[in-house]
Design a protein around this ligand. Structure first.
Ligand code: NAI
Length: 364
């Protein structure tokens, strides 16, 4: 894979400081469901990301217009649109990161699980194609119910012999984004400084924000923590109700999806200390899948696509041979408050049953 120097590019000043400021590898990102409510703003945000060199936009319909529109933006990546199943292979070939926001969203009164019957089949089909055309890509699953669609993807990849748990992620970043926003509002601290881990799953009570670990610290009462927890868990429903039948979160989700994909790209490119929350195969509880903090790259290590190459990265000036990876480490939960411990025990049966439902569907 070629390394292109962007030193002379007018956009090079927006590259991350502290690593890879002189050379950025080519990276292809594919968005499946790119013409949808999430897909369109997500396509826009990925077009703005200087780590992307090729952006493939796929949907069952309406992609040519979205691709033509986004392609006029004067940033690094080349954009191509693919419409209909016959073009799915071309969209996926050579992809480093595949983002999946394909499928139906919730309407008022629906739970994420109510989407299972339609979205499970969509995800299964798309993952079969990923196994065929880009088995080494990092897969960012947005389609709900994430608690089940990630286990479905895992089963599909296992059947195809391509499963690598380090490369499959349920995108729970929106829960983190919401927890940060709501906490900053209540604690009256600058939102840009806030960090809150959110663990568990991505539906109702399975979403467990750990406000006891939130920073900057604030003296919130138990009642305030309970209210913040509930608002984070019901954040999606808040949007579904406000949109009154016109879908669920799309803009904030596109933002969250773009943040998570960016973290994946940084990890692939060898940036140090890339840590995000994500729903991944896990051994930190007895459940086979669990969202927690994950490290996409160990501090100081460098990932160079399995080939011997001269590093021009600022923190490393040596020859390395490393495989392309993904999850480097699944981090533990850290100390929990009694309220969080109780929440953790409460969420386990629901999460377990969503996981089993996904596995059963994939093996039918
Ligand atoms: P939408 O209906 O606006 O867009 C979905 C797109 O998927 C449509 O353009 C549709 O043509 C496309 N699609 C359907 N079948 C497809 C297939 N087989 N291959 C490719 N594309 C296909 O829905 P929206 O609002 O964009 O939501 C998408 C999904 O994201 C839903 O499942 C929703 O529940 C989920 N979601 C996940 C969140 C998360 O935090 N992980 C947050 C918000 C939504």
């Amino acid at each position: 894979r070629s390394i292109k120097s962007l030193a002379t590019s007018p956009s090079s000043h927006i590259l991350r400081r502290g690593y890879a400021s002189e050379a950025v590898p080519d990276r292809k990102v594919a968005v499946l469901g790119a013409a949808g409510g999430i897909g369109q703003p997500l396509a826009l945000l990925m077009k703005l990301n200087p780590l992307v060199s090729s952006l493939a936009l796929y949907d069952i319909a309406n992609t040519p217009g979205v691709a033509a529109d986004v392609s006029h933006i004067n940033t690094r990546s080349e954009v191509s649109g693919y419409s209909g199943e016959a073009e799915l292979g071309k969209a996926l070939e050579g992809a480093d990161v595949v983002i999946i926001p394909a499928g139906v969203p919730r309407k008022p009164g629906m739970t994420r699980d109510d989407l299972f019957n339609i979205n499970a089949g969509i995800v299964k089909g798309l993952c079969q194609a990923i196994a065929k055309y880009c088995p080494h890509a990092l897969v960012n699953m947005i389609s709900n119910p994430v608690n089940s669609t990630v286990p479905i993807a895992a089963e599909v990849f296992k059947k195809a012999g391509t499963y690598d748990p380090k490369r499959l992620f349920g995108v729970t970043t929106l829960d983190v984004v919401r927890a940060k926003t709501f906490y900053a509002g209540k604690a009256k601290v600058p939102v840009a400084e806030v960090n809150v881990p959110v663990v568990g799953g991505h539906a109702g009570i399975t979403i467990l924000p750990l406000f006891s670990q939130a920073t900057p610290k604030a003296n919130l009462s138990d009642a305030e923590i309970t209210a913040l927890t509930k608002r984070t868990q019901d954040g999606g429903t808040e949007v579904v109700e406000a949109k009154a039948g016109k879908g669920s979160a799309t803009l904030s989700m596109a933002y969250a999806g773009a943040i998570f994909a960016d973290a994946c790209l940084k990890g692939l490119n060898g940036a140090p200390d890339v840590v995000e929350c994500s729903y991944v195969q896990s051994t930190i509880t007895e459940l086979p899948f669990f969202a927690s903090k994950i490290s996409l790259m160990k501090k100081g290590s460098l990932l160079c696509e399995g080939s011997l190459m001269l590093c021009t990265f600022i923190r490393c000036s040596t020859l390395v041979r490393l495989g392309k990876n993904g999850v480097e480490e699944v981090l533990g939960l850290g100390p929990l408050s009694d309220y969080e411990k109780e929440g953790l025990e409460k969420l386990k049966p629901e999460l377990q049953s969503s996981i089993e439902k996904g596995i059963k569907f994939a093996n039918q």
